[in-house]
Design a protein around this ligand. Structure first.
Ligand SMILES: O=C(CO)[C@@H](O)[C@H](O)COP(=O)(O)O
Ligand SMILES: [Co+2]
Length: 219
């Protein structure tokens, strides 16, 4: 299985000092930054567009950008995010009838391809797809700061069994120092944490605590 990694989500960052906040978690050891894109349709909320990603990319912090598209018909936007600097792009299985095409397109654009599922979506779709990353939502998508759904470790375990050892299994929503451990034990390898990192008084310490709970080796 891939080594465990933590991906701080900038959705919870202070946007008046976004670059400094990202630099702070990079100094603490983060090598992946999670970027949540919400369209007001697939999820009721709006977040940001590719301009924010390209601004972060221009900081040259040497990190990977993990783009989570919570948008309808995400295949329309993958090229925009690839040119803005995405390293991995994840689309929701519920957001398009053309998931296979979206995965193919993301790879053609030179990015790693992920497919995400909401908490009520059957996991069987992964049996039909070859993905670099499977994203198991551990809250309903659309908002930061929600509580981890308690049945998630069981779902993560079933998903890991379907995927085999190779792909990253990403968990997203309510991940903190208490939920990262059970998620890791169930087979998760990539841990998105928004409010537990950027909502903490000291994001670097919070990052280190979640990393330790997830079993990450020292940066
Ligand atoms: O995709 C989403 C929410 O839909 C996330 O990536 C959130 O940004 C996670 O936030 P926390 O639950 O960690 O506060
Ligand atoms: Co996300």
């Amino acid at each position: 299985m891939p080594p465990p990694r933590i991906a701080p989500s900038i959705l919870a960052a202070d946007f008046t000092r976004l670059g400094a906040q990202v630099a702070e978690v990079v100094d603490a050891g983060a090598r992946i930054i999670h970027v949540d894109i919400m369209d007001g349709h697939f999820v009721p909320t709006l977040s940001m567009g590719p301009q924010v990603l390209s601004a972060l990319r221009d900081l040259d912090l040497g990190v990977e950008f993990d783009v989570h598209l919570m948008v309808e018909r995400p295949e329309r936007f993958v090229a925009d995010f690839a040119s803005a600097g995405a390293d991995a792009i994840t689309v929701h299985a519920e957001a398009t009838p053309h998931v296979h095409y979206a995965v193919q397109r993301i790879r053609e654009l030179g990015c790693r391809a992920g497919v995400a599922v909401c908490p009520s979506t059957p996991l069987a779709i992964y049996g039909e797809l070859d993905v670099d990353r499977a994203l198991c939502m551990t809250v309903n998508p659309g908002w930061g700061g929600q509580a981890f759904i308690p049945g998630s470790p069981d779902r993560i375990r079933r998903l890991r069994a379907l995927l085999g050892d190779e792909p990253d299994l990403e968990v997203d929503g309510g991940i903190d120092a208490s939920t990262a451990g059970p998620s890791a034990a169930a087979g998760a390898t990539l841990f998105v944490a928004g409010s537990a990192v950027f909502g903490a008084p000291d994001p670097a310490t919070a990052y280190a605590e979640i990393a330790a709970a997830a079993g990450c080796s020292q940066p």
